[in-house]
Design a protein around this ligand. Structure first.
Ligand SMILES: [Zn+2]
Length: 267
């Protein structure tokens, strides 16, 4: 649904950056950041975001209401499975200190100067696994030896990809907020605990149905063992994670080793 009578609709056209910005990348940055402010805050529902001063170390946008921070990445092509980000060491540090921002990915149509897609990955889906070092810059480069990173967004479970805009169609603010709220419990988990929870969430998603049983989750045993080689009892760990997910309201236990994913339109 779109159209201006709809509260969820936000105009897609981006304004040109002022002429004094000389480089194309600077102009794109100014124009995408200004546009992204009107996306609003999926954490609290505020309808606009504020821009943080340029070169703020942590984020680009912030919600004045709930203080939630967003890092904005934009492309006029299409995001691949790996999104290039800043210095590898800094990203790791932020994650360990748990002050990484949410990641907002904006795709736009440069010919029409219009946004087409917005995906947000909430900060609580970030684990060290997602941050991959890039090869150091060549000795001839201006910043020789500098090591950047990629964020491997393919490793994020589907429940951690909050689609706000897809092919120019807005997701309703309410639906986006429900998806966001559904996984907020991950914020209180340590990075280690989060790693297991995310892998088990992916194993559940791989089954592809809202109602599933324990045996079907056990199908991921070998994969999980490879991911956590030090663990001695993967099946017990799976059961424990399912219990946590149930206690957090992400799953429902139906009895007889059967579970149901909660809060999904299809469920
Ligand atoms: Zn907010």
């Amino acid at each position: 649904m779109s159209g201006e009578e709809n509260d969820n609709y936000r105009p897609l056209g981006m304004e040109e950056a002022p002429a004094h910005f000389e480089s194309a990348s600077q102009r794109a940055r100014v124009s995408t950041e200004a546009w992204a402010q009107r996306v609003g805050c999926p954490n609290c529902g505020a309808i606009t975001l504020d821009r943080l001063p340029n070169n703020s170390p942590v984020a680009d946008l912030q919600c004045a209401t709930c203080r939630e921070e967003y890092e904005l990445k934009s492309t006029k092509a299409r995001f691949g499975p790996r999104v290039p980000d800043g210095a590898y060491a800094t990203m790791r540090q932020r994650l360990l200190a748990r002050n990484n921002p949410n990641l907002m990915l904006l795709t736009y149509d440069a010919a029409r100067n219009e946004a087409t897609d917005i995906l947000v990955i909430p900060k609580h889906f970030f684990v060290l696994d997602l941050i991959e070092p890039r090869p150091p810059l060549a000795p001839t480069a201006r910043r020789a030896g500098w090591i950047g990173c990629n964020i491997n967004i393919e490793r994020v479970p589907a429940s951690g990809r909050i689609v706000l805009l897809k092919n120019r169609e807005w997701t309703s603010r309410q639906t986006a907020r429900e998806q966001w709220d559904r996984t907020l419990f991950l914020r209180s988990a340590s990075l280690d605990a989060r790693g297991w929870l995310l892998e088990v969430m992916k194993a559940v998603e791989a089954i592809g149905r809202p109602i599933f049983n324990l045996e079907e989750v056990y199908a991921a045993e070998a994969k999980l063992q490879a991911h956590f080689p030090l663990n001695r009892n993967v099946r017990a760990k799976i059961r424990q994670q399912l219990q946590v997910l149930r206690d957090q309201g992400y799953l429902e236990f139906l009895g007889g080793a059967t579970y149901r994913l909660k809060g999904l339109a299809s469920g």
